[in-house]
Ligand binder design. Structure first.
Ligand SMILES: [Zn+2]
Length: 293
């Protein structure tokens, strides 16, 4: 590790120039985030295959599977092992979808893409960032002094708002939800079980986290993005939503719901998009008030 970027550490962002080894990212929270988590079923053909504090989701069909997110670079082997532990093959993953192209959600995608041969899908912004392996200047967490690098991803295709990805009998819709990054994307699909089908939402981060000096209200040559961020939060709050899992599972109590699930009661089926949006909006408005002070 070289010098420490104190602003970055305060935010839990990576520290030490990692350009030499983008395959392993060091940060204050990384070890805790990457603790192993036994994979589990959410509902129907939807499974959680991420780590204890970084989500990755698997949606299965007889014609091939979809993986959402890859967590940290060092999480990839764990995600692959989790897919195997559920009885599925990484080689059958045909698409890997990304929520946002930060190192803690896209870092593992390069290795998982290589292992599966899957096509990676993301927003235009996310696709550019993953091809480059580092964020662009308009990212709230862009660090001009020590840009964070993660493994570059090959074979990325950009998707548009409301674009539908079909595989087997599953249709997954991309929802552009900019704010946390300019290219943030949430994804929704239906999973069926016991004769009922449920709307599942994989919701992107709605936190206004930034480096020092970045203002969501604009200034310093940057546009005001607070209006589009607020629209994103409102959009997530209004989604058809029987099940929600967020990119950091704790944001939507994923492991608490797992603990509360029994053979006769699936605690994931309680919705939660409106609550996630409401708590996110409250924090967002506090952030904006601070920026105006
Ligand atoms: Zn992020």
């Amino acid at each position: 590790m070289k010098r420490l970027a104190t602003a970055a550490i305060a935010l839990g962002l990576p520290f030490g120039a990692n350009a030499g080894d983008p395959g392993h990212i060091h940060c204050n929270s990384c070890e805790a985030w990457n603790v192993a988590q036994k994979p589990f079923k959410i509902v129907g053909n939807t499974y959680y295959v991420g780590t204890k504090e970084l989500s990755a989701m698997l949606v299965t069909t007889p014609q091939g599977h979809v993986l959402l997110d890859g967590a940290l670079p060092q999480s990839a082997a764990q995600i692959e092992a989790n897919i195997k532990a559920l009885g599925f093959r990484i080689q059958d993953v045909k698409y890997i979808l990304n929520s946002h192209a930060h190192w803690d959600h896209a870092g593992g995608i390069s290795a998982l893409q290589k292992a599966s041969g899957a096509t990676v899908l993301a927003s235009e912004w996310g696709a550019r960032v993953m091809r480059a392996g580092t964020v662009e200047k308009d990212d709230p967490q862009y660090d001009a002094k020590e840009p964070v690098h993660f493994p570059k991803v090959a074979n990325v295709r950009a998707v548009k708002d409301n674009e539908v990805i079909r595989i087997g009998d599953v249709a997954i819709t991309a929802l552009m939800t900019p704010g946390h990054t300019p290219g943030s994307t949430s994804w929704t699909w239906k999973s069926c079980e016991g004769g009922k089908c449920y709307d599942v939402v994989y919701a992107d981060s709605l936190t206004a986290v930034s480096m020092d000096g970045f203002r969501f209200t604009g200034g310093g040559g940057r546009p005001d993005v607070s209006g589009s961020f607020r629209s994103t939060i409102e959009r997530v709050g209004k989604l058809k939503c029987d099940v929600i899992v967020s990119t950091h599972p704790g944001f939507t109590d994923t492991l608490k719901k797992l603990a509360a699930t029994t053979p006769s009661h699936n605690a994931f089926l309680g919705g939660g998009c409106a609550e996630y949006a409401a708590s996110s909006l409250k924090r967002f408005e506090e952030r904006l008030a601070n920026e105006r002070r």
